[in-house]
Design a protein. Structure first.
Length: 330
């Protein structure tokens, strides 16, 4: 019997989780309303914006049935999912679900621009693996009934890589920054989500790459695509990571200049492509590439991140390694 695994799909990075679950042979089920929990064997709570997720849980009537479910069934939380499962976390509009005895600090390693990758030590997976920390939380306290299966080495012990830096930041400044960011995201989400809702999807994040390329989604949609190869955009550092090169930035500036005419009836997507590695590694690498390009464009052209979406495409034969800027028109 094929297991039915739910993916909390209110907001955040649930598209990649759905793709990974399906690649493992299980049935992935979007969870947005209470009735979507019926018949599930397990649940994944993905990363995203924990404050937005909590507000949507309250408005959808999902909080109580979700709390009951995660107390009885297997559940995996990543990033914001851990914040929601925990007992305590800072600056939330509603209390977390309180089913995992941990205390969590939100955005503990800094803001979006401070995102990084690092080796995480874990005996469970045989030594270690590469972790990606995008506005990542930090678990500050672990209760007696919780087993730690992985740690991130860094200066200051449990403080991690950015502990000393974070200690110097003003909590008031962080709170004001989060407030401004949330208000901006809320304002622009109406534009971005409206485009996808018209096509039967909640937003871009609710689309798997297969659905994104389907005839149903492309109905009445015109795609204007500009493609660029990986070696024209990125340089590879000694540790194997990629960063945008100066010629790559100039190429993106020229590409984006053609898209700056978009209005309320258009959406811009950065598609990432990566051909090497396993299926999961292809999706992660393509997402990293697309996210780096999106973050550069947001900063360069002073745009809200909610104007530009990211779609990890993995390996696609006709494209190879690189990214595509796509303008979707109604």
């Amino acid at each position: 019997m094929v297991p039915r695994v739910g993916v909390l799909s209110l907001q955040g990075d649930f598209g990649c989780h759905r793709s990974s679950i399906e690649a493992l042979g299980a049935s992935a089920v979007r969870v947005v309303l209470p009735e979507h929990l019926t018949g599930l064997d397990a649940l994944v709570m993905p990363g995203g914006e924990s404050t937005t997720m909590l507000r949507l849980m309250e408005s959808n009537g999902l909080r109580e049935p979700l709390t009951a479910f995660v107390r009885q069934r297997p559940v995996m939380g990543t990033c914001a999912g851990v914040i929601l499962l925990g007992v305590e976390a800072d600056r939330l509009p509603h209390p977390p679900l309180g089913v995992l005895d941990v205390g969590v600090e939100r955005n503990a390693y800094g803001r979006q621009i401070d995102s990084f990758g690092a080796e995480v030590e874990s005996a469970v997976v045989g030594g270690g693996y590469h972790g990606v920390f995008i506005r990542a939380p930090r678990i500050r306290r672990v209760g007696p009934g919780v087993e730690v299966v992985a740690t991130l080495p860094g200066p200051g012990g449990s403080e991690g890589i950015a502990g000393d830096m974070r200690a110097t930041l003003s909590s008031a400044r962080e709170a004001m920054g989060d407030l401004a960011e949330n208000l901006e995201a809320l304002k622009h989400s109406f534009f971005f989500r409206g485009f996808f809702k018209d096509r039967g999807f909640y937003d871009l994040s609710s689309l798997s790459p297969v659905e994104y390329q389907s005839k149903e989604f492309e109905k009445n949609v015109t795609k204007e695509r500009a493609w660029v190869r990986q070696d024209e955009l990125f340089t590879v550092k000694a540790n194997g990571s990629e960063e945008l090169s100066d010629p790559g930035r100039k190429t993106l500036d020229a590409m984006m200049a053609n898209f700056l005419r978009f209005t309320k009836d258009r959406a811009v997507i950065v598609e990432g492509y990566a051909a090497a590695g396993t299926v999961d590694e292809q999706f992660l690498h393509s997402r990293e590439r697309a996210t780096k390009v999106r973050d550069y464009l947001v900063k360069k052209f002073t745009l809200s991140p909610d104007y530009i979406g990211v779609m990890p495409m993995g390996a696609v034969t006709e494209y190879g390694d690189g990214i595509a800027l796509v303008l979707l028109k109604k």
